[in-house]
Each structure stands twice: as C-alpha cells, then as structure tokens.
Ligand binder design. Sequence first.
Ligand code: ADP
Length: 420
Amino acid sequence: MTEVQLQEFKLEPDSELRFEVESKNEKVVLEVKSGYAELFGTELVKGKPYEFHTGAKVAVFTWHGCTVELRGRTEVSYIAKETPMVVYLNVHAALEQQRVAAEQENTRGPVTMVVGPGDVGKSTLTRILLNYAVRMGRRPIFVDLDVGQGHISVPGTIGALLVERPASIEEGFSQQAPLVYHFGHKSPGDNLELYNTIVSRLAEVIAERCENNKKASTSGVIINTCGWVKGAGYKVLTHAAQAFEVDVILVLDNERLYNELKRDMPKFVKVVYLPKSGGVVERSSAQRAEARDARIREYFYGKRTPYYPHSFDVKFSDLKIYKVGAPSLPDSCMPLGMRAEDALTKLVSVWPAPALAHRLLAVSFAAGPDDHVLHCNLAGFVCVTAVDPERQTLTILSPQPRPLPATVLLLSELQYMDNH
Ligand code: ADP
C-alpha cells in the first residue's frame, strides 16, 4: 500500500514521525519546514533536503514541535505520540553525570553495553546515546560487536570508532580510522572461541588507547551487541561485559535477560531495563540479508558520497590466504598442553580455487602468518569477483589501487555479488 507523493506533517512536542521506504529504487526526501527535529539523536537542519532509499525505516523526533515535509512514495508514514525518548534522554543524563564525575576524579567514564534480542532498537539506542554525548562536547567510543550487521566496516567483523561528531543523517558515523577485527561469520555461534578472543583483544586495545586519550576515557564507551541472548549467546554477552569491564548494561525489552543479568553480574554493574520503541520494525531474514549486502556495497561504492573501487588481477602464487579455525579434534588426540578449542583460532592456509568467487577477504595489518594475526586489526577488505583456474588468477575488487599489500589475507564466509 503506497501513499501520496507529497505529505506535510505537523508534529506536537514529544512526538515522532515514522516512515518506511520499501519499494525498489524508491527515494523519499525529508525536509524540516519549521521548528526543531532530530533523527536518532542527530539534529536536522531546517530547509535542508535529506534523502532516504529502499529499506530505510526512519523516525523524526521533536522535543519542541515542528512541521516536516516528505516527498516521494512511503510504504507507511504516521505520527506517534508514545515514544520512549524521555526515558532514553534520562539514561543519557545519568551517563553524563558519570562523565562529569570521571572528569573531576580523573577516572574512567561509563562503559555501557546495550543488549536485547533482535530488532528491539539496540543499534538505534546506541546511535542516540552517542549522538547526545557528542552534542555535549564528549568524544565517546562506539564499539560494535554485532557481526551480523556490522555498522563499522562490513558484516563479519567487530570494531570501534572514536565519535567526534554526530552521525550524518544519510551516512551514519564517520568511518575515519576505525579499529576492526576479523571474525568472518554472521553469528558468534559459528566460532565462539574466535569471537571471544577478538572481543577480549578489542577491549584490551581500547583500554590502552583510553590511557593515552583522557577526553575519550572520561567520555566512556557505548557497546552495541548481537541479538543472540539465549544459551551460548548469553555467555557471549557476559564474556563481553567482563572483557570491557562494563559499568552499565541497558537491557531492551526482555525481562528474562534483565533478570539473568541482574543475578549474574557483579553488584557494581548497573543493569537497567528499558522499553523498546513501538516504531522499531522487525526485519525478515531476507531483509537482514539485504541489509548486509547493502552494507558491503556501501563499503566499496559509498553511499551519498560515491567511492570508485579498483578492479585488477592477482596471480595465485602472489597470495597468502588463510582461514581461521581448523577442524577440532578430541582432547585425547591433541598434542600435550593444547586444548581442542585452540584449533578454532588456528590459521589454515587456503589455496585459491573457484569456490573463492564472491568471497570477501580481510586485509590484515599482520606482517606474516606468525605475527599474532588475530590480534592485529584490519586495513580493510577486498572482494574476489572472479577466479580463473587456467590463468591461475583472481580478479579483485579493492578500495585501493594495485598492488594488493603483500600481507596476510583472511577468508570470510560473507559473499558479495558485484553487479554494480
Ligand atoms: P536492533 O539493533 O535491535 O536489531 P535496530 O536499532 O537496527 O534494531 O532497529 C531495527 C529497525 O527499526 C532499523 O531499521 C531502525 O532504523 C528502525 N527503527 C528504530 N527505531 C525506530 C522508530 N522509533 N521508528 C521507526 N523505525 C525505527
């Protein structure tokens, strides 16, 4: 059901306009005509047109009232008066108090982890809290542990960013110098040992960086997590909480998870239950796959600002490709002193073959396969667009021109069909 092409909305204070762009190749332009409004914590500039494309699910919130215009076909568009924004603002105010205290006492600012099942608005709340912090002049660190969506870099990675300005309405947070670690799968469950290893490593590196950056340290960290909260997924969350030494856990819309965390976390960790917004839209697995694909396309081709990636051939013999995780053997078959789980973080050499077509390869900063590869962050990604077994070459799509740096490449399970 599509609606009219030009719509004007009058929003009262403390309400939001929600809309979705669904149809293929559709574009909706949003403009604030009068008053003040924000989008997931970023202020909108009056009279400036903002574009939204297929798959966008958006809320324009106003504290003081405003008039907004939408041009283009929206799947749905309505004004909601019930939102949890006041509750989220109170959370921000409480975090801000802790930052002030950290500044005065020369200690660390609040480390906050956002948890909850899939599609409850974890990423959105993370974005709102980061935006509010940076609008107060803070420099918080954004950590994304959600390997399924990958808001920093591409899906199949975890990463961190120092947030120095609010997220751009159309392009999200600026991706300058992110810290990114390779996982290579869409769910932590595909290799728990590896996931926990890189989460610990990321936490360690952030703690080190905070020691040298007082502003970031007092501003604190906000961590977005995966929507897998039961069984082994719960253990993954508690491991991350421990690794990052979190002070606050915000639980969205899941009382069971809230109670479990209250029971299992040390007393000094504040576990807070928060309602989810009625506007959060559930996504089907097909929509998630599309979002992953769009994220990878953006990585290579940009979003609003276009990028121009390079395509070139590389000889099989010039490549050092590895995957992480050897098949695990029972403990009784392992050499003395090694655990079966150790195999899951081993590098295994991969010889180029047609099966590599469309796979992503992570370009590691590691100098060689013996250089603690899993502890090294990533320079970026390339995608194998074709394999020619006769000429023994791979065709590579790369953000950088040739040659490919002569370092370790890590094979990801994620695929991308380049039909740009
Ligand atoms: P999670 O991280 O828990 O999976 P997200 O924060 O990604 O959930 O939210 C799911 C979807 O809902 C996203 O597309 C987001 O843009 C949309 N969304 C979040 N909050 C609102 C809202 N208040 N109104 C409309 N859409 C929203």
